[in-house]
Design a protein around this ligand. Sequence first.
Ligand code: BGC
Length: 717
Amino acid sequence: MVRLLAPTALVLWGAAASLASAQTDPAARAASLLGQMTQDEKLTLVHGDLPLFVQNRPGDMILAAGYIHGVPRLNIPPLKETDASLGVANAGRKDDDATALPSGMLLASTFDPNLAYEGGRMIGKQARQKGFNIMLDGGVNLVREPRNGRNFEYLGEDVLLAGTLAGQSIRGIQTNRVLSTVKHYALNAQESGRHILNAVIDPAALRESDLLAFEIAIEHGQPGAVMCAYNKVNGPYACANKPLFDIVKTDWNYKGFIMSDWGAVHATADALTGLDQESGEQLDKQPYFGDALRAAVASGQVPQARLDDMVRRILYGLASAGVLDPQTDAGALNTAADAAVAQREAEAGIVLLKNEGGVLPLAATAKRIVVIGGHADIGVMSGGGSSQVVPIGSTSFPAPKWGPPWGPGEVFHPGAPLEALKAHLPGASIAFDNGADPARAAALAKGADIAIVFAAHWDTEGADAALTLQDNQDALIAAVAADNPRTVVVLESGGPVFMPWLGQVEAVVEAWYPGSRGGEAIARVLTGEVDAAGRLPATFPASLDELPRPKLDGEGMSETANLDAGTPFEVNYNIEGADVGYRWYERKSHKPLFPFGFGLSYTQFRYEALKVAGGRTLTATFRVTNTGTRAGIDTPQVYAAGTGQMRRLIGWGRVELKPGESRDVTVTADPRLLASFQEIAKKWRLAAGAYRVTVGRFAGDVALQGSARLEAASLQP
Ligand code: BGC
């Protein structure tokens, strides 16, 4: 692995090292344990249960994602696995409280690795408090498809942003002696047909995009395990994919283990390709790594050395994450206190997309406000699927027909924006209409000073969603805006959506799925108690024609009880290759609805004095000044490209500035972001020559520009 250039990473690794000093070397520990294990004990560790499907569950088997029996004789605890990146998922347990972090898209909108770390630390702690020692976190699939139902679990379309934040979240979780995964390796970029589709891509382009995000996440987070994906990649299933596994284990020198996704194993021989553990075996056609693997080893079909390697890797992952260490008291669950972490993140990641006529922040003088729709009187929208966190006080509505046949439906997290707005605007009279009848809502809005329409758009694992707002909400917004020009729209969506009414409204706020205390965070952004600080981590297309695949392959194939149902098909990712997201837009000269990186503040910032240095990599330094009259937070972005390359984000600043205050920002590029991957040599090649550097407020913006020459270099992966 290439040495990390980001200074934060060095600090973080220092912290991890001191924690590790209490433990012995994980490799030595894994080897010693392996040497003491019987064949039965080894086989115990390589396959696990889906508790929901287990008859007569053992007393310590929590109804959750997974359970793997331990080896008490050697103090190897049972592995108790919970989803996911946004908090301790509920998995159908009764009245099981947990704090919901905002969605991954919201986290990515903060551009703040520290918030990712703090969020990870909090949910890892709650996992421990609930008895888990493995968290299925670290979703880092790039947003190649804005309709992907799981974008809300991921961290946007940029390699550096997604990889850095996933890594910090993982690192935060593992401070609790809870192992975290990074997932879903690789190219699980859409839900339609995820069990049967073959993702086709040039191997070098894959290295320069999705795999680089995984590589960066692994470097920052040192996760104990990698979870492979459902789909096929260039032929074989991702969980039986020797080329993909060789990259992790050999090229990146990764010592942990590869666990399957649930229902992603198709043969005992998958062990030969490098898969180390079968998860939730009841979801597979048959258990492949239990008795079947025992027989395969006995017959020599799978060498004993491979089984030993599988177990050694699992033990290494557990040891390196602290799971084999004595577990200290995790304290009592305190969701009220932990919700402050979620709120801080939500406030930092809500994105202000439009603000005309100074309608926001809401003036203290606004007297008559009408709040409409989106169940704003109940709570805030959340995303569906295995990552679903259900805090006590949540409200569920039946899922629409296009969704998968499981889960609690559309879940609204408590903390209603309506109540929060009333608390923050005590001088205003605030009326509510549920928006079911656009004409009635518009009539109510007519007499008000300001109308705030909440639009909730549900995304879920197991299905993809159209970009058009569901349940006629576009018509509702248009009707309200026609009767009240001072209309503010607050979107709660998992990813990008279309906005046909954009020209009719004064303000648009993308609140994503803002988690526990999301209502409070929305109120604080709308009233300007905090700055609008979020920046989009994914491009919002103006139309489907702009996408690499205007028609979604496998459209409408939401998951059914038979996971493999349907005719297999291909998704051709060679169309965009490594030019994911904003790079594709630059290549095609498309004008999106909103570009990657975009987001307004309540103040203004000036950029100046760019200096660019070259040599072995690029370093850019420039000054940011708050030229407005309010304190605010800015995220100036640095993009770079060599000849023939589309510009790519090489770093950013996140600066909090008082009016008139300035700060210098320095960004040093990870050279892999500017290099091309050489498949034959298995090396990164940085071409000699001039590299253009631009500083801007979003992808494509050129506030400052410069260039510098880089020396040719060949870098190991
Ligand atoms: C998802 C994983 C999840 C697993 C366990 C799968 O369906 O793809 O992300 O961790 O279930 O619940």
